[in-house]
Design a protein around this ligand. Structure first.
Ligand code: 2AL
Length: 247
C-alpha cells in the first residue's frame, strides 16, 4: 500500500474533499490517498500573501503527517512550500504546477496555462521560469474566476474557461492546455473532449508521477539544500514547527 499525502494548502474543507476525489479517481488500487488541509491560513490562494501563509500551512501538515507518507502532493497551482516540504521529508514531494508542466512538455512542443485570477498569472510565470519551462509554455491566461467560485461550477463558468482555453490555443499556437488551479480538476475530461487537445490537471498528473516515483523507490535527495532543516528554536505560533520535531 502506498500512502499518498495530498495537501490542499487552502483551508476550504469542501475543496479538499473535491481534490481528494479527483486524486482517488486516478490513483492505483494500492494507493491510499489521505487528503488534508492546514488548520490555519487563507480559504483560497489568489496572490503572493495567500501563498506565503499557505506555505507555512503546508509545513504544518508535513509535521502532522501520520503515518509517514510514501509520497506527498501539494495541491495548489502556486506549489506553496514545495522546497520546504522536500527538506522536511525523504519521500518524494510533488507540486501540481510542476507535475502538470512536466506532463504537458511530454505531450506538446508548446502549452498554455489557463488559470483563475489574472493577478495569479505572475505566480505561474515565475514557477515556469524556476522550473525551466518558460520556453515551452507559450502563455499564461487568467479568467478572473475566483478559486471558490469553481466549487459551484455554474455552466457559464465552464463556458468561460472553455473560451479562455480556445483563445489560448489560438493566440499561443499551443498544442496542450494546463489547468491552473486544483479546483479545475473536475473539468479536465469535458474540456479535453471539447477542445480535442491534451488537457492536463496537475492533481491527476502529480498523483500518477508520485506513485511512479514511490514505486521506483526514489526519494528526495538529502544531499545539499534538501537536507533536513537545521535544528533550531522557532518562536511564537511557529514554535511547534521548529526542528527537530518535538516528541
Ligand atoms: C489555486 C489553487 O490551486 N488552489 C487555490 O486556493 N488557488 N490556484 C490558483 N491559481 O488560483
Amino acid at each position: 500500500m502506498t500512502q499518498l499525502l495530498l495537501i490542499n494548502p487552502n483551508t476550504t474543507a469542501s475543496m479538499t474533499a473535491a481534490i481528494g476525489d479527483a486524486a482517488r479517481a486516478v490513483a492505483a488500487p494500492g494507493t491510499h490517498v489521505h487528503a488534508c488541509q492546514p488548520t490555519f491560513g487563507p480559504a483560497s490562494i489568489e496572490g503572493h500573501f495567500d501563498d506565503a501563509i499557505a506555505a507555512a500551512g503546508v509545513a504544518e501538515q508535513m509535521r502532522l503527517a501520520d503515518p509517514a507518507p510514501d509520497a506527498v502532493v501539494i495541491a495548489c497551482f502556486g506549489d506553496p512550500g514545495l522546497d520546504a516540504a522536500r527538506e522536511a521529508i525523504d519521500a518524494p514531494v510533488l507540486g501540481i504546477a510542476e507535475a502538470a508542466f512536466h506532463a504537458a512538455a511530454m505531450l506538446a512542443t508548446g502549452f498554455s496555462v489557463v488559470t483563475t485570477m489574472t493577478r495569479t498569472c505572475v505566480i505561474a510565470e515565475r514557477l515556469l521560469q524556476r522550473y525551466g519551462f518558460e520556453r515551452i509554455c507559450r502563455g499564461v491566461h487568467g479568467t478572473d474566476i475566483p478559486v471558490l467560485a469553481l466549487e459551484a461550477m455554474a455552466p457559464d463558468t465552464l463556458a468561460q474557461i472553455e473560451a479562455a482555453c480556445r483563445h489560448a490555443l489560438d493566440a499561443d499556437r499551443s498544442g496542450a492546455i494546463v489547468l491552473g488551479c486544483a479546483g479545475m480538476a473536475s473539468l479536465t475530461r469535458t474540456l479535453q473532449r471539447r477542445l480535442g487537445v491534451p488537457v492536463i490537471d496537475g492533481v491527476a498528473a502529480a498523483v500518477k508521477f508520485a506513485e511512479a516515483l514511490a514505486a521506483l523507490g526514489l526519494k528526495t535527495s538529502k544531499r545539499g539544500d534538501y537536507a533536513c532543516p537545521l535544528p533550531k528554536h522557532y518562536d511564537g505560533w511557529a514554535a511547534a514547527l521548529g526542528w527537530p520535531p518535538a516528541g
